[in-house]
Design a protein around this ligand. Structure first.
Ligand code: ATP
Length: 236
C-alpha cells in the first residue's frame, strides 16, 4: 500500500493555480524527488503535505488515512517530518539539546530523549558538534542539525525543502551522504534545485511546471526526457 497519496490536490491563490489537481502515489521507503522551475508549486505542495497550508481542493492520504483536515502537529505525530528552506534550530541551545527537544514528544520527555539524541548524532557523524550552540554552527552544519532534529521524531515520511540551498561543496557532499544513509524504511520527498543531488538520491522523480504535473520517471528517464527539457525551457 502506498504511504502517501494525493488526489486532485489543488491550491489556488486568487486566479493563480499554484498546484493543479495533483495525483501522487509514493510507496513506503521510496526516495521521491519533485523538481521543476521556479514557481512550479513545489513548496506549496510540501506545505500542503505538512499541513502548513490548506488545499483549495483534493485530498491527502497518509498510511491509508485521510489527513486532509489535519494540522501540522497532528501530522507530525502520525510520522510526517519536515525540513524547511530555513533551518529552525534554537540558536542558544546546543546541537544535542536541540535534537533532544525535537525528539521529546516522541520519547515522552526531554530526559528520555537525550540518549537517543546522542546516538542519532553519532550515527549522523555529528557527535563532535553535540556541545556546540546552534547559533555557532555553519549553514551546512545547521542543515545537518535540522535533519537530525527531524529524525529525532522518527518520521516515516520526511519532507525536505531544498536542503542543499546555500551549501559549500564540502557541506553538499556531507549532506548527500547523510541523506543516502537514512534508514531505508524512511520515505523521502525531496524538493531540490540541485539536480546532481536529485539524481544521486531519488528512485523516482516527478516534474511540475506552473502548478501542472508534467511527468514521473526514474532519474535515467527524466534525464533524457523531452517533456522535462520543455518544462525547463524558457524557465528562469
Ligand atoms: P521555487 O523553486 O522558486 O521555490 P516553487 O516550485 O516552490 O518555486 P511555489 O513557491 O510553490 O513554487 O509557488 C507556486 C506559485 O504560487 C508561484 O507562482 C507563487 O508566486 C505562488 N504563491 C506561492 N505562495 C503564495 C502566496 N502566499 N500568495 C500568492 N501566491 C503565492
Amino acid at each position: 500500500m502506498d504511504i502517501l497519496i494525493t488526489e486532485a490536490l489543488t491550491r489556488r491563490y486568487g486566479s493563480l493555480v499554484a498546484v493543479d489537481r495533483l495525483d501522487l502515489r509514493i510507496a513506503p521507503g521510496e526516495r521521491r524527488a519533485v523538481i521543476g522551475p521556479n514557481g512550479a508549486g513545489k513548496t506549496t505542495l510540501l506545505d500542503m503535505l505538512a499541513g502548513a497550508i490548506r488545499p483549495s481542493g483534493g485530498r491527502v492520504r497518509f498510511d491509508g488515512r485521510d489527513i486532509t483536515g489535519y494540522g501540522p502537529a497532528r501530522r507530525a505525530r502520525l510520522g510526517i517530518g519536515r525540513i524547511h528552506q530555513r533551518p529552525a534550530a534554537w540558536a542558544s541551545l546546543t546541537t544535542l539539546d536541540n535534537v533532544a527537544v525535537a525528539g521529546a514528544r516522541h520519547r515522552g520527555g526531554v530526559r528520555q530523549s537525550r540518549r537517543p539524541a546522542v546516538e542519532l548524532l553519532d550515527r549522523l557523524g555529528l557527535a563532535d558538534l553535540a556541545g556546540v550552540e546552534a547559533g555557532r554552527l555553519s549553514h551546512g552544519q545547521l542543515r545537518q542539525l535540522e535533519i537530525a532534529m527531524a529524525l529525532a521524531g522518527e518520521p516515516r515520511l520526511l519532507l525536505l525543502d531544498e536542503p542543499a540551498a546555500g551549501l559549500s561543496p564540502v557541506e553538499f557532499e556531507r549532506l548527500a551522504e547523510v541523506l543516502r544513509d537514512l534508514p531505508s524504511e524512511v520515505t523521502l520527498l525531496l524538493v531540490e534545485h540541485r539536480l546532481d543531488l536529485v539524481y544521486a538520491l531519488a528512485d523516482v522523480v516527478t516534474v511540475l511546471r506552473d502548478g501542472q504535473y508534467v511527468v514521473t520517471g526514474t532519474p535515467d528517464e527524466i534525464r533524457v526526457s523531452h517533456a522535462v527539457r520543455q518544462a525547463y525551457s524558457g524557465a528562469v
